[in-house]
Write a protein that binds this ligand. Structure first.
Ligand SMILES: *[C@@H]1O[C@H](CO)[C@@H](O)[C@H](O)[C@H]1NC(C)=O
Ligand SMILES: *[C@@H]1O[C@H](CO)[C@@H](O)[C@H](O)[C@H]1NC(C)=O
Ligand SMILES: *[C@@H]1O[C@H](CO)[C@@H](O)[C@H](O)[C@H]1NC(C)=O
Length: 291
C-alpha cells in the first residue's frame, strides 16, 4: 500500500518559539495564527521527469539469494523483497521546479533490508517531494495485542549541504484492520536536517518524553481528519538507533488518548526531502518486526 505522508507543508513564519523549524510539514486543516500557508502547489501540472533518467544495468545476487538490481526512478516504482516493499514514492514531486530521485535495493534477508535513495529537488521549498521508504509487510494488529516492535535503523546521509529533509518512521493506525483511512499517523524522526519540522498545530512541543534512550520533542496536528503525532529526536540526527516502536504507541495510548482498539496497519521508514542537490541516503541496517 502506498501511504504518502503529507501533501501540504507550510512555512512556520512568525512563530514565536525560536526552536520552531523554518520548514514545517503541516496539514491543510489545522488553523492557527502562527503559520502562513503557502500556495506553492497551484502549479501541480508541472513535471515528472523521474522516469527519463537512464539507469545502470547492474544486477547482482546476494549470498542469501535476494537479487538487487538497477535503481528505479519512476514516481510509483517499487520493489518487493518478500518482507518489505521498497518504494521510490515521489508523491509530492509536482511541487518541485526541477529534480529527480532514484531508489535501489542493496540487500534483503529476513526482517533486515539495506537500501539507498539519491535525489535532487529544487523549488517548492516548503513542500515534501517524496517519501522513499521501506514498508514492512505484516498482518495488522490491534494496539492492545502488540507486545514488541523491535527495530534497528542505521544510516548515512551524504551531500547534506543546504539540504532540507528528514529521516523518519511513519506508522498509521485505523479503527479497522487494513483500512487506508487512518485515524492516526505516528512519525518518529531520527533526522531533521536544514530546519525540517513536523506537522504542528501550535508550533510548539506538547511533551518531551524519554523513550528508548532518547528525549523526543512531541508535536501534534491534523492532516484532514487524521491526527498526526511526531516524535523528533532532540539530539537529531540519530544515525544508529535501536528501540521498540511499541513504546511510542504505549506512550500515546497512556498519555494522548489514542484508543488501544486501533489497528496498526502500516510501518515504514525512509526520508522526506524538501530541498537538496545530489543528496544520498543510505540505509545500512534497517530491521523491524511487529510482534
Ligand atoms: C494527509 O495524509 C495522507 C496520507 O494518509 C496524504 O495522502 C494526504 O495528502 C494528506 N493530506 C494533507 C492535506 O496533508
Ligand atoms: C551501531 O550501534 C551498535 C550498538 O551500539 C554497534 O554495535 C554498531 O557498531 C553501531 N554501528 C555503527 C555503524 O555505528
Ligand atoms: C543490524 O541490526 C541488527 C539488530 O540490531 C543486529 O543484530 C545486526 O548485527 C546489525 N547488522 C549490522 C551489519 O550492523
Amino acid at each position: 500500500m502506498k501511504q504518502a505522508a503529507f501533501a501540504i507543508a507550510v512555512i512556520a513564519a512568525g512563530v514565536a518559539n525560536a526552536q520552531s523549524p523554518a520548514y514545517g510539514q503541516c496539514s491543510g486543516g489545522g488553523g492557527t495564527t502562527t503559520r502562513t500557508t503557502t500556495t506553492a502547489r497551484t502549479t501541480t501540472t508541472s513535471r515528472v521527469t523521474t522516469t527519463t533518467r537512464s539507469t545502470t544495468t547492474r544486477t547482482t545476487t546476494s549470498a542469501t539469494g535476494v537479487s538487487t538490481s538497477a535503481d528505479f526512478c519512476g514516481q510509483w516504482d517499487s520493489r518487493d523483497t518478500g518482507t518489505f516493499i521498497l518504494y521510490n514514492n515521489l508523491w509530492g514531486s509536482g511541487a518541485a521546479t526541477s529534480g529527480s530521485q532514484c531508489t535501489g535495493l542493496d540487500y534483503a534477508s529476513g526482517n533486515t533490508i539495506r537500501w539507498h535513495t539519491t535525489w535532487s529537488w529544487q523549488g517548492g521549498p516548503y513542500n515534501v517531494k517524496s517519501f522513499a521508504n521501506a514498508n514492512l509487510k505484516f498482518t495488522p494488529k490491534q494496539l492492545s495485542a502488540l507486545t514488541t516492535i523491535p527495530t534497528t535503523m542505521t544510516y548515512t546521509y551524504a551531500n547534506t549541504n543546504g539540504m532540507v529533509a528528514n529521516v523518519a518512521y511513519d506508522l498509521f493506525t485505523a479503527s479497522t484492520s487494513g483500512s487506508s483511512s487512518s485515524n492516526y499517523e505516528i512519525m518518529i524522526w531520527l533526522g531533521a536536517y536544514g530546519g525540517a519540522g513536523p506537522i504542528s498545530s501550535s508550533g510548539s512541543t506538547i511533551a518531551t518524553p524519554t523513550i528508548d534512550g532518547i528525549t523526543w520533542k512531541l508535536y501534534t496536528g491534523p492532516n484532514g481528519s487524521m491526527t498526526v503525532y511526531s516524535f523528533v529526536a532532540s539530539n537529531a540526527p540519530v544515525t544508529n538507533w535501536s528501540g521498540d516502536l511499541n513504546n511510542f504507541l504505549k506512550y500515546l495510548t497512556t498519555n494522548q488518548g489514542v484508543s488501544r482498539s486501533q489497528y496498526l496497519n502500516t510501518v515504514q521508514a525512509g526520508t522526506e526531502p524538501f530541498l537538496g542537490t545530489n543528496a544520498r541516503f543510505t540505509v545500512t541496517n534497517f530491521s523491524v518486526a511487529v510482534n
